[in-house]
Design a protein around this ligand. Structure first.
Ligand code: GLN
Length: 489
């Protein structure tokens, strides 16, 4: 089997057995990037020299017999909003043009310690704001299943690179669905951990109370193996959860879901959801029943309020988080400004794209003194109702299963002109972030035009292993996760 077709675990085994070296693995990934990324545009940059140096060091550690992760030597692509030392980290924004952080994010430190090779930065919606990966200053990412369609967003580069076999696996970030929704549109597996399970230190913030880093990979086992590396308490992140049970994610993947109860929210199978999507997810539930799980209809009555609640809270936090980009401290600075005020205004006006500017305006508005109670405070109350609503639901079931998105990938260019429609595509993902829950998307079928469909599993706080195990159980009896665009093998 060619390196690019291997899962991260398969490649890690070959590297451990010295059949493939860490440098060969990296070069195979780089070759895939060089040959097909002009079309897909999944990467924002790929510093081969830097990556090769780190792969060589890793190989030395492997040769010296150092105890490393099962993924030692495996290259991993990194979304461009995660800081990598001395390597471009731009959030796909002109305002961070040329920015090379002087430090590694905690997840990157952990990745390197485990012996994985950081291999390229991945394209995304500017500052992770979007559902299509079209707002990048590097141009839109294309869906490898159909280059005229979007890959989803905002971690579209991460999902597209894995689907196009240009990356073995990747790290993305998810504020309102940005790991799960592109995973769904690109036919790969994507996991958003419980809020606080993975450190956010070094993740360039969009909405801090919702952001989480997580894996995108060819299957759930790879996601679990990556979680073993990146999860854990970090004193650099005040919202980091205390060390958990210490049980390995990968070892928890038994595939046994017998007698587990899956909640099926009736609100997620109604009007506005594509028939193909409904049918594929319903089929997925039947497969899980064959494996001994019990399906039970439940209600998530708050779903209709999730999108407005999310967009108020996310934009409010974004307006504050993005105030640090002023043309003085990082990246891009406007020329020809006559005063410091002018320099800040011009740098921000020229450096941020339209979607980001719109969200800063909206966030500033909902936080302003006259509207704070009417919007922001109300959204916080609604957020609490969503938390309570999920608590009630989890009294009745072990995991919830629903579509990741109500539809499959739309055409490039069709979404940005109708923002409301684009925001509504987040309807099944955003409430998971508002409640801080773990969520997983796994491929579960194709629509009539051959575009992938994703099924989402949602768990209670801390039940990350449980829902990964649901996804793994599903992948044990189905082969959707092994399908590649254009039948590529
Ligand atoms: N689509 C959502 C937004 O635009 C989610 C983005 C994300 O998860 N980063 O805000």
């Amino acid at each position: 089997m060619e390196i690019k077709n291997m899962t991260a675990i398969e490649l890690g085994k070959k590297i451990k057995a010295k059949e493939i070296s860490a440098v060969e693995a990296l070069e195979a990934v780089y070759a895939g990037y060089s040959s097909s990324d002009k079309e897909v545009n999944a990467y924002t940059s790929f510093d081969l020299d830097l990556s090769r140096k780190s792969a060589e060091e890793i190989q030395k550690r492997i040769d010296a017999g150092e105890e490393l992760s099962v993924l030692a030597g495996v290259p991993i692509g990194i979304k461009d909003n995660i800081c990598t030392k001395d390597e471009l980290s731009t959030c796909a924004s002109k305002i961070l043009e040329g920015f090379k952080p002087p430090f590694d994010a905690t997840v990157i430190e952990k990745i390197r310690k485990a012996g994985m090779t950081v291999a390229g930065k991945l394209n995304m919606d500017e500052f992770a704001m979007g559902s299509t990966s079209e707002t990048s200053c590097y141009g839109p990412v294309r869906n490898p299943w159909d280059l005229n369609k979007v890959p989803g967003g905002s971690s579209g580069g991460a999902a597209a690179s894995v689907a196009a076999l240009e990356a073995i696996c990747a790290l993305g970030s998810d504020t309102g669905g940005s790991i799960r929704q592109p995973a769904s549109y690109c036919g790969v597996s994507g996991f958003k951990p419980t809020y606080g399970a993975v450190s956010r230190y070094g993740l360039i913030a969009y909405a801090s109370s919702l952001d989480q880093i997580g894996p995108i990979a060819k299957d759930v086992l790879d996601c679990a193996a990556i979680m073993d590396i990146i999860a854990g308490y970090d004193k650099m992140d005040s919202t980091s959860l205390p060390a958990g049970s210490g049980v390995s994610y990968l070892d928890s993947m038994t595939g046994d879901i017998s007698r587990k109860v899956i909640g099926i929210p009736e609100e997620c199978f109604g009007d506005g959801v594509d028939e193909d999507v409904k049918a594929a997810v319903e089929n997925a539930i039947k497969e899980l029943e064959k494996k001994g799980a019990k399906a039970k209809t439940i209600s998530l009555p708050f779903i209709k309020y999730a999108v407005p609640t999310y967009y108020i809270i996310a934009t409010a936090e974004a307006s504050s988080n993005l105030s640090r980009f002023d043309g003085v401290k990082y990246g891009f600075r406007s020329e020809n400004s006559s005063s410091i005020d002018n320099l800040i205004i011009n740098s921000r006006s020229e450096g941020f794209g339209a979607e980001v500017r719109k969200r800063i305006l909206l966030g500033t508005f909902v936080l302003s003194s006259g509207y704070y109670d009417a919007y922001y405070n109300k959204a916080l109350k609604m957020k609490q109702m969503i938390v309570d609503g999920f608590d009630t639901a989890f009294n009745e079931c072990d995991a919830i299963c629903c579509p990741t998105a109500p539809m499959t990938a739309p055409e490039i260019g069709s979404s940005l002109s109708d923002s409301m429609k684009m925001y509504l595509s987040d309807i099944f993902t955003v409430s998971v972030n508002l409640a801080g829950l773990p969520g997983l998307s796994v491929p579960c079928g194709f629509d009539k035009s051959g575009m992938p469909i994703g099924a989402q599993f949602i768990g209670a706080i801390g039940n990350d292993r449980t829902i990964l195990n649901f996804g793994h159980a599903f992948q044990m009896v189905t082969d959707y996760h092994t399908k590649r665009p254009g039948g590529a093998k």
